[in-house]
Design a protein around this ligand. Structure first.
Ligand SMILES: [Zn+2]
Ligand SMILES: [Zn+2]
Length: 245
């Protein structure tokens, strides 16, 4: 189905209303342990932040966990065989409890109070990426899914990143088709599920764009979006997510 701007505007308006209500109700304690209040606006206490399971070693190209540190410029076997269109990817957390439960609650139960906790992690993770990144791109949702959910979690994660880094969020990227969740498909059907799922209005003004998403599942979504960004003016694309499934 083609994206219809009037529905997109309605979806954005509804997102704003839901967000304002959620923000008003946001509890002032750690979203993970319920103790608090956290020392700042982070919504996670320092103990819970330290306890989140982290990926010890990962491929710098695709963020997949690997068994030991790879030498500079060397990537995992999968990337050597078939390099993804993005040049680097960072996802510091394991997609395991409590991170997986928190991400699902954020997306499916409108628990936007998890956003500041994860945004802090993403801001810290920027240190692992090249310093020539000049714009952020939230993985877009199809307008229908955004209207149903009330918000786009990738956009919500991008906003604090924008405030912290001063990098703009590119608003001219959209999802042209509603696609089934990658996580709900088997490997055979994942490939091809996202063909022509993204489109750019005009040109990408950034040279090194950073795709922001909540979870990297197969890398297919980010790969497809990266391809579209590169075809429309970006010179390089990197990926930043909370966790790698
Ligand atoms: Zn806590
Ligand atoms: Zn890799």
């Amino acid at each position: 189905m083609k994206c219809r701007p009037v529905f997109q505007r309605a979806a954005n308006f509804l997102s704003g209303v839901v967000r304002n209500i959620d923000e008003a109700l946001m509890p002032k304690h750690c979203v993970f342990c319920g103790m608090g209040p956290p020392p700042d606006e982070a919504s996670i206490c320092s103990g819970c932040y330290a306890d989140l399971a982290r990926v010890e070693y990962s491929c710098g190209r695709c963020a997949s966990p690997v068994s030991a540190t790879l030498p500079e410029g060397i990537h995992c076997g999968a990337c050597q065989e078939s390099p993804p269109p993005f040049v680097s990817a960072v996802a510091r957390l394991e997609y395991a409890f409590p991170t997986d439960a928190a991400i699902k609650a954020m997306k499916f139960n409108r628990r936007l109070d998890y956003v500041p906790a994860f945004a802090g992690l993403l801001i810290d993770s920027m240190a692992d990426l090249a310093d020539d990144i000049d714009a952020l791109v939230a993985v877009p949702l199809h307008w229908h899914r955004q209207a149903t959910r009330g918000f786009n979690q990738a956009e919500e994660l991008c906003k604090p990143l924008m405030l912290n880094t001063g990098l703009p969020i590119l608003g001219n990227v959209r999802r042209t088709r509603a696609t089934p969740y990658q996580s709900a498909l088997d490997a055979k059907h994942r490939h091809g599920n996202l063909d022509s799922a993204f489109a750019v209005r005009g040109k990408i003004s950034a040279q090194h764009a950073l795709i922001v998403d909540d979870v990297i599942t197969t890398g297919e979504t980010c790969g497809q979006l990266a391809r579209v960004l590169l075809e429309n003016g970006a010179e390089r694309v990197s990926v930043l997510a909370i966790a790698r499934a």
